[in-house]
Design a protein around this ligand. Structure first.
Ligand SMILES: O=C(O)CCC(=O)C(=O)O
Length: 251
């Protein structure tokens, strides 16, 4: 059984100040072991059209094929389906409304896996679905500065959307202070869709898996199916791709 995390008033105040909050030990060892087993189960599911969305990348260490991330998991895994329900409460506390799942994924960041340019999640065109989102990140493997933990710019979410459909430029971030947020398995980080964040590649020999579940206000609609249908047109999972077409990752 995985618990339903409930945020304290001080955690909510921290989020309101910084655009993110780190909840250390949100899940105990037993719960974290369960989530880790589920992540392995998802990784081992057959990769088929119309199922969970698997994206690959090439290792910067040896050129081997790596799993970069797996999205759209809950329809095919009851454990993650229950976890998305558990996380809905904390997301709702920060949204000030009932929360509804918008998207979810596991970022694997295997040895040689790439990092993420500084961006706000809403830059990926999310504003057509809802006005803001809360993402809950659950740490599966220890995330360190060395293997590419999250780095977050506190309070910069107050600027709103800086620019759509491309990551932040060096000019945008020149006066931002990105703080490394190392996490241990079972820690949870919540942030909103305007909070700039980034992470470095993983040059180590250990993988760095983290799970992300993103929610919007239920009063702004349930968009998960439309979101993935829209995304399928421009950036489908690797197994569904037309070999003659070029697909460009934007944000
Ligand atoms: O997992 C990470 O290191 C960062 C992920 C991220 O920023 C994203 O998926 O938008």
């Amino acid at each position: 059984m995985i618990k339903t995390p409930i945020l304290s008033d001080s955690q909510i105040a921290e989020f309101q100040r910084d655009g993110y909050v780190v909840c250390r030990g949100a899940f105990n060892t037993e719960e974290t072991d369960t989530i880790t087993t589920w992540a392995t189960e998802v990784e081992e599911l057959p990769e088929l059209p119309g199922k969970q969305w698997v994206f690959h990348e090439e290792s910067a260490l040896d050129g081997s094929d790596l799993i970069n991330r797996i999205e759209y998991i809950s329809p095919f895994h009851s454990g993650f389906a229950s976890l998305t329900e558990n996380l809905r409460h904390a997301a709702g506390q920060l949204l000030g409304d009932d929360a509804v799942l918008f998207k979810e994924k596991i970022n694997f960041k295997m040895p040689g896996g790439g990092g993420f340019e500084p961006h706000q999640d809403s830059q990926a065109g999310w504003e057509v679905y809802a006005s803001n989102f809360i993402t809950a990140m659950i740490c599966i493997d220890e995330a360190t500065v060395e293997n590419g933990c999250l780095e977050i710019a506190a309070g910069e979410n107050k600027r709103g959307l800086i620019r759509g459909m491309e990551p932040l430029t060096a000019n945008d971030t020149s006066d931002m202070n990105f703080i490394a947020v190392p996490t241990r398995p079972g820690d949870m980080v919540l942030f909103d869709a305007y909070t700039p964040h980034r992470s470095a590649p993983n040059p180590t020999t250990e993988q760095r898996r983290v799970y992300y579940a993103t929610y919007n206000r239920a009063s702004e609609g349930d968009h998960i199916e439309r979101y993935y249908a829209d995304k399928r047109k421009n950036f489908p999972p690797d197994i569904e791709r037309d070999p003659d077409r070029e697909y460009v990752y934007k944000v």
